[in-house]
Write a protein that binds this ligand. Structure first.
Ligand code: PAF
Length: 282
């Protein structure tokens, strides 16, 4: 399997493919690959001849040193996971210096308010880190299109804004959340859950499903109160936030408006592992 480690080599690989009139998609990841990533790659391969998968645990997007240290790093497993795609998929696994140069620091962005709610409130600096690394990676890889999972829905909106701000010539496409049979959203962090926690974490999905069912008949306020109570009565999961927001600008819902789309968002801890999930409500 072709593993590229430098920006010069990845630029050469992509420009050679483009010279041959092939198009190149991009799936940026932090590794610990799972079926959710596989579904992004399949989406990409339906539209492009080749897919670059970057594997890079980005230090600037972690606001918690323990979280960064404990983030799963499984490069050799990731390589064998991707080997089934043969030469259709190439791995870009750079060092921090290769991505950032000498200063591994974030640029400060103004994402027009999308960065100030939910993940932005609870993980200060996170979206500056995400924006900075993707700005570097997009410029190094120069793909035609990049694919992101809707599990990180707020991140998806941030990336769309980033491309506008940095005037980058690529398309950003969101792909549906990939779930286990029991509803748990696929995430690299699931690798850190015990078998029991994996089962208990399906509670998050069950809550989102119920909120969706009740969305037409109950107010946002009543739903927020109901969700808080459910988590208070659950000894296994600690709720960090629950929000119902406008799908376009992530403003918290106060009064439902016709023709507007809304989504429910949850962040919760199973032990020390932080999980997020969301669901379209209408
Ligand atoms: O979603 C992720 O895995 C990361 O935030 C990303 C997009 C690869 C940037 O480091």
């Amino acid at each position: 399997m072709n593993i590229i480690k430098t920006k010069t080599e990845i630029a050469k690989y992509v420009s050679e493919k483009k010279e041959q009139n092939s198009s190149v998609g991009f799936v940026p990841t932090m590794g610990a690959l799972h079926q959710g990533h596989a579904s992004l790659i399949s989406f990409g391969l339906e539209r492009h001849h080749y897919i670059v998968v970057s594997i890079f645990v980005n230090p600037t997007q972690f606001n918690n040193a323990t979280d960064l240290e404990k983030y799963p790093r499984t490069l050799s497993q990731d390589v064998s996971f991707l080997s089934t795609y043969k030469n259709k998929v190439v791995i870009y696994a750079p060092t921090p210096q290769e991505v950032y140069g000498d200063q591994v620091v974030s640029k400060q962005y103004n994402f027009k308010g999308i960065e100030t709610v939910m993940e932005g409130t609870h993980r200060p600096g996170h979206f500056d880190g995400v924006g900075t690394v993707l700005n570097h990676l997009f410029r190094q890889v120069t793909p035609d299109e990049a694919f992101f999972g809707e599990k990180d829905y707020q991140q998806l909106l941030i990336v769309k804004k980033l491309v506008e701000i940095e005037k980058l010539p690529l398309k950003i496409t969101g792909c549906p959340i990939h779930r286990q049979e029991n509803g748990l959203a696929m995430s690299s962090r699931n690798a850190r859950l015990t078998t029991q926690q994996l089962e208990e974490a399906t509670f998050i999905y069950k809550i989102l499903r119920q909120v969706k069912k009740d969305f037409d008949t109950k107010s946002a306020r009543a739903l927020r109160a109901w969700v808080s109570r459910q988590f208070e009565n659950n000894p296994h999961l600690r709720l960090e936030y629950f929000e119902i927001s406008n799908s376009k600008n992530l403003r918290p819902l106060s009064r439902k408006r016709t023709h507007q789309k809304y989504r429910a968002f949850i962040a919760a801890f199973a032990g020390e592992i932080r999980l997020i999930d969301n669901m379209a409500l209408n």
